[in-house]
Design a protein around this ligand. Structure first.
Ligand SMILES: Nc1ncnc2c1ncn2[C@@H]1O[C@H](COP(=O)(O)OP(=O)(O)OP(=O)(O)O)[C@@H](O)[C@H]1O
Ligand SMILES: [Mg+2]
Length: 488
């Protein structure tokens, strides 16, 4: 039956353990990092769909995909003003509004980004340029100067032909982890090629919050709607990884018909979207309490709780997890064991250590990713304050041990220091006093001392810690709090 052919076994219903199929269509997978199992779900769908598929690695420390083909990054330069604007917005992390007419004007005259930069340079030397135009062209030139070197450096690593093999094709873009604009150009190029020349291909898009941000354009976002609209005609579909929907542009996601929702703390946005698009109701609490590998799947008029059957795991084990007889963590530990046999040339203890370090790196990378994400969200969302509730501040208390040492000072009226300490003993220095006030007090007692000597004595007492000093509009002195006058 035609319908059966395009359905894929996702996993097993909870708690019945019955097989659960989803249609191959544009799909969103949501869920908290590391606690839901999105990538594992994508992998399972792609393997069992038997379609040609393309997956991008954009984060460092992403999981290993066995039984797939590694293919080189594909990039074909496209050129029009929307694209230039998307590229600049992606790299600057901000929306370019009033600059658009200037981008249009200059992009129309050029055939490549390099040419745009050259034209800008030439324009900026023109005398009759209005001040306002000059400012905008200068800004655009500065933007391009940020993007162009990375692109030029990356260019020799790209191929300009895309050959997708049967099965899962993996394109590794982790090298440009910090240059999102490069990742986006490659992803956009692939989407465009597939939409134009391929049929029956599933493209898995990572990190929706980066590719489809709410507040600005990116090359992928500009192309995304076209792919969503036109892809289905040739059976080309997208699977979108959206950790959560905060900061993601929701409007293009309204076209998505399959929603696979894993554990999320903030489920209100997804709840609202499902209600608007599919007319389905879910309770946020249900999403908040989902265990690892468990998802609420919504399509058509149905919502079903499902345990996703990971690739490489025996079916009976997955059914047992769905029925509640086994913990998903048991499966996770099975998945953690390398599927490839380790090479005999590496001694076992070393291999164990490598695996351990690998895991640590992965955990750290995940932390970096999530911190990156929080930061990007805070920077893009001016209303970010509401998000701050998820950030825990940790208070650290330091115990400072104070050791008291005793210093002796013999009070005498034979030295200037001694005379000043006499005043202190009588309480004159219990409040802050200026040098002039101290001199006046000394004179009142018939101790007439040159100003420089008073100054030196005060400095010496400060240095020994008997007297404190502070500077307001002038220098002031006061007895140190730990000084005690005794008669010993
Ligand atoms: N269905 C499942 N059953 C058991 N363990 C699973 C399942 N899915 C994923 N896991 C395990 O949970 C961990 C996280 O999985 P995965 O990388 O797929 O999560 P993710 O949601 O993509 O995370 P991230 O947002 O960090 O990319 C991995 O150790 C994986 O093996
Ligand atoms: Mg993932």
């Amino acid at each position: 039956m035609e319908g059966e052919r395009v359905k894929v076994l996702l996993g097993f219903t909870v708690p019945e353990g019955e097989p659960f199929y989803i249609p191959i269509h544009h799909t969103v997978i949501t869920g908290m990092t590391n606690l839901s199992g999105k990538t594992t779900t994508v992998e399972a769908i792609l393997h069992r769909s038997k379609s040609k598929a393309l997956i991008f690695l954009t984060k460092r420390g992403e999981k290993h995909f066995p039984d797939t083909h590694q293919i080189p990054p594909f990039y074909k330069e496209r050129f029009d003003w929307e694209y230039v604007r998307g590229l600049l917005e992606a790299s600057m992390h901000e929306r370019l509004k009033f600059e658009t007419p200037w981008i249009i004007r200059i992009s129309k005259k050029a055939h490549s980004l390099k040419e745009v930069r050259l034209l800008l340079g030439r324009l900026l030397t023109e005398r009759k340029l209005r001040e306002f135009d000059r400012n905008i062209y200068t800004l655009l030139a500065a933007y391009l100067d940020k993007v162009l070197p990375t692109l030029t450096k990356a260019k020799h690593k790209f191929t300009d032909t895309l050959h997708l093999k049967e099965g899962i094709n993996v394109m590794d873009l982790t090298e440009w982890y910090t240059n999102e604009e490069v990742q986006m150009l490659v992803i956009q190029s692939c989407m465009e090629h597939i939409l134009k020349y391929e049929n029956n291909v599933i493209v898995a898009l990572p990190e929706a919050w980066k590719l489809l941000p709410q507040s600005r354009n990116t090359p992928v976002k500009l192309y995304f709607e076209k792919f969503i609209r036109e892809g289905a005609a040739n059976n080309n579909y997208l699977i979108i990884d959206a950790q959560d929907l905060g900061g993601v542009d929701k409007s293009p996601l309204r076209q998505v018909s399959v929603w696979i929702m894993g554990k999320m703390m903030e489920a209100n946005e997804v709840q609202r979207l499902l209600k608007q698009t599919l007319g389905l109701k879910i309770k946020p609490e249900e999403v908040q309490t989902l265990p690892l590998g468990h998802f609420l799947v919504a399509y058509g008029r149905e919502v079903q709780k499902v345990y996703v059957w990971p690739y490489g795991i025996p079916k009976t084990i997955a059914v047992d997890v769905a029925k509640g007889n086994l913990n998903p963590e048991f499966v996770r530990d099975m998945l953690l064991k390398p599927i490839d046999k380790p090479s005999a040339s590496i001694p076992q203890p070393l291999l164990n250590r490598l695996t351990e370090l690998d895991e640590k790196i992965e955990t750290l990378n995940k932390r970096v990713d999530s911190l990156d994400k929080t930061l990007a969200q805070l920077l893009t969302q001016k209303r970010g304050i509401t998000k701050l509730q998820n950030i825990q501040l940790q208070k650290t208390f330091y115990n400072i041990k104070v050791t008291q040492t005793q210093k002796r000072f013999t009070l005498t009226d034979e030295t200037v220091q001694g005379k000043i300490m006499w005043l202190a003993k009588e309480g004159f220095l219990n409040t802050w006093r200026s040098q002039t006030e101290i001199e006046k007090e000394l004179t009142r007692r018939a101790w007439t001392i040159p100003r420089i000597s008073v100054y030196k004595a005060l400095k010496a007492l400060v240095k020994q810690g008997f007297i404190g000093q502070r500077k307001t509009d002038r220098m002031q002195f006061k007895i140190a709090p730990n000084v005690r006058f005794t008669n010993e």
